[in-house]
Design a protein around this ligand. Structure first.
Ligand code: ATP
Ligand code: MG
Length: 337
C-alpha cells in the first residue's frame, strides 16, 4: 500500500514529440492533446506568441515581425529553446502541477538518434517540468501502439511514415532486431508536390496548400476514380495570383521518388532480417503507421513491392502516443497495473 501511495499523486504522461505533430497521452485519460509542433515567435524579441494549432494557422501567413517555426526537424530537436517552450506549454495544458504532484514523462525518441540528441530531448522535458523522464524508441512505441504482439518470440514489422522521417523496424521479444530510418516523410512529399507544380506550371504554392493537395488527392497507387483539385498560388512569371486544376495522377507522379525511397528502405530491412524472422513476416505482414500511411494505396504499393501482406494500423496518427500509453499502463513504476 505504502509503495503505491506516491502513485496517487503522480501524473504519468507519454509524449510523441513529432516533426509535424505532438501528442500527449495521459495515463488515466488517453490521448489528451494532439497539436502541430509549431511555435510562432516575434522575431525582434524571439518571444513565443502562439503554440500548436494557433501557431500552425500562421505558417506562411505572418507579417514581417512574426515567424512561425517548427522546432523539430527530421525527428530531432532543431531549436532547443523553442522546443522547450512548446513542450512546457503542452505539458502545462494537460498536467497541472502542484507541490504534491510528481510528473513522470515517457517520451518516444527516433531510433538511432545520438546520445547528445537524446539528452537534449530529456533535458527539454525536465526543464518543462518533468520529475522523471524515460525515453523509448519510437518504432517500439508505434508497434505497441498499433497492437503488434512485439513481446512474442516472432517477428513484427512496423513502417512509421511521419512528417520528417520514415522509420522501419523489425521487432521480436520486445526489442528491435533491425531498424533504419530515412529522412523522407510527409514534409518531403509536400516539397515534391510544390516543386512539381513550380516546374510544370510556373505556379508557386504555399506549404499549407501543398499539404492540402497531398491529403485531398495524394495517392501511391492508381485510383479507381482519379481525382482533381483546384490549386491556387502565385504565378512565378507574372507575379500574380492564379489557379489551375491538378490531377491525382500528376500528384502520384511527383511523389514517386519519395515512395521508391521508402520501398527501398523496407526492402533493405527485409534483406537484413534473420531468416527465421523473415519467415514469420510472410504471414504476419507489415504494419504501417504515421500520417504518411494515410496516403491512398500506399499499403498496396508496398505489398506489391515486397510480396508481403501490408496493412495500415489502427489510428496511425496516434500510434506512438498510444504505444507510450500502453507502456504507462503496464508499469507499476508509476502506479499502473
Ligand atoms: N490523410 C493524409 N494523407 C496523407 N498525409 C497525411 C494525412 N494526414 C496527415 N498526413 C501527413 O502526415 C504527416 C504527419 O504525420 P505524423 O503526425 O505521424 O508525423 P510526426 O510524428 O509528427 O513526424 P515524425 O515521426 O517524422 O517526427 C504530415 O506530413 C501530414 O501532412
Ligand atoms: Mg512520428
Amino acid at each position: 500500500m505504502l509503495k503505491r501511495l506516491p502513485g496517487l499523486f503522480t501524473h504519468a504522461i507519454g509524449i510523441d514529440l513529432g516533426t509535424a505533430n505532438t501528442l500527449v497521452f495521459h495515463k488515466d485519460r488517453g490521448v489528451v492533446l494532439r497539436e502541430p509542433s509549431v511555435v510562432a515567435i516575434r522575431t525582434s524579441t524571439r518571444k513565443p506568441i502562439a503554440v500548436g494549432n494557433d501557431a500552425k494557422m500562421m505558417l506562411g501567413r505572418t507579417p514581417g515581425d512574426i515567424l512561425a517555426l517548427r522546432p523539430m526537424k527530421d525527428g530531432v530537436i532543431a531549436d532547443f529553446e523553442i522546443s522547450e517552450h512548446m513542450l512546457r506549454y503542452f505539458i502545462g495544458k494537460v498536467a497541472k502541477k502542484s507541490l504534491f504532484t510528481n510528473l513522470v514523462v515517457v517520451i518516444a525518441v527516433p531510433y538511432g538518434i545520438t546520445a547528445v540528441e537524446k539528452r537534449a530531448v530529456m533535458d527539454s522535458a525536465y526543464r518543462a517540468g518533468a520529475d522523471d523522464v524515460i525515453t523509448i524508441p519510437e518504432p517500439v512505441a508505434s508497434a505497441i501502439g498499433v497492437g503488434l504482439p512485439v513481446e512474442e518470440p516472432a517477428a513484427s514489422m512496423i513502417v512509421d511514415i511521419g512528417g520528417g522521417t520514415t522509420e522501419v523496424a523489425i521487432l521480436s521479444l520486445g526489442g528491435i532486431v533491425h531498424a533504419r530510418s530515412i529522412r523522407v516523410g510527409g514534409d518531403e512529399f509536400d516539397s515534391a508536390i510544390t516543386n512539381y507544380i513550380k516546374r510544370s506550371y510556373n505556379l508557386i504554392i504555399g506549404e499549407r496548400t501543398a499539404e492540402d493537395i497531398k491529403i485531398k488527392i495524394g495517392s501511391a497507387y492508381p485510383l479507381e476514380q482519379e481525382l482533381t483539385m483546384e490549386v491556387k498560388g502565385r504565378d512565378s512569371v507574372t507575379g500574380l495570383p492564379r489557379q489551375l486544376t491538378l490531377t491525382s495522377q500528376e500528384v502520384r507522379e511527383s511523389l514517386m521518388d519519395n515512395l521508391n525511397a521508402i520501398i527501398d528502405t523496407v526492402k533493405a530491412s527485409l534483406e537484413r532480417c534473420p531468416p527465421q524472422l523473415a519467415a514469420d513476416l510472410v504471414d504476419r505482414g507489415i504494419a504501417l503507421a504515421g500520417g504518411g500511411s494515410l496516403i491512398r494505396g500506399i499499403d498496396r504499393l508496398i505489398s506489391e513491392a515486397t510480396g508481403l501482406p501490408v496493412f495500415v494500423g489502427e489510428e496511425p496518427l496516434c500510434a506512438v502516443a498510444n504505444g507510450t500509453g500502453k507502456i504507462l499502463a503496464n508499469s507499476s513504476r508509476w502506479g499502473g497495473d
